[in-house]
Design a protein around this ligand. Sequence first.
Ligand code: HEC
Length: 201
Amino acid sequence: MVGRSAKTGRCNVRGSKLVVVLLALSCVAYADEQHVSLGLPATAEDIAKVYWSITPDGENLPPGKGTAKQGEPLYVTHCSGCHGEGGKGNVARALVGGAGSLQSKQPVKSIGSYWPYATTVFDYVRRSIPYTAPMSLSNDEYYAITAYLLHINGIISRNQAIGAKSLPKVKMPNRDGFVLAYHASRSLRLPSQLSADSKRT
Ligand code: HEC
């Protein structure tokens, strides 16, 4: 029995609380030492198979290259049924156009008018297309399709090859169109609060 006296319930309650705490602590220590015995530890190889997000600055871009010229037939096979000829839109949204429309009443957000990075276009296409079998094309083919999308938006020429080194260097038309909503010197605030702030000052 834990606690000083069996007659004083108070001591017993304290005592049993202590037991619970000690038990919990020993479980934590045990789990830490032994790991929870579920599944297998993930190896670097396992992680590489699922961790392939590409950052705006191009981290994780795979080796390979492609041009818009090579990408055009791939676009026709895998994309134009939904996005229309030349990316002009069909049952799915247009992937071109909208330059200068972002501040208008009817902004058209396309790769050319809106997307700030070419690297994330590659990431988007590779992770989601072909519609029924994402990631099933080769990296060269994904670079070629990305090059085609950039070309139809007037960003690169038809024969310019893009790859892991050159894609991060492509400057998208709306690259500087994104601003930090929260000033570093302020705490996180809603946009409405920020405009109220600016009226006050
Ligand atoms: C079966 C129809 C279908 C096919 C085929 C298809 N897409 Fe799409 N795609 C869509 C739909 C629907 C969306 C919109 C998703 C959403 O709600 O944002 C989309 C969105 C996109 C976007 C994001 C557009 C944006 O500005 O947000 C890109 C880029 C894109 N698709 C590229 C492609 C490319 C490249 C191919 C071919 C390799 C392709 N898609 C094939 C249906 C399709």
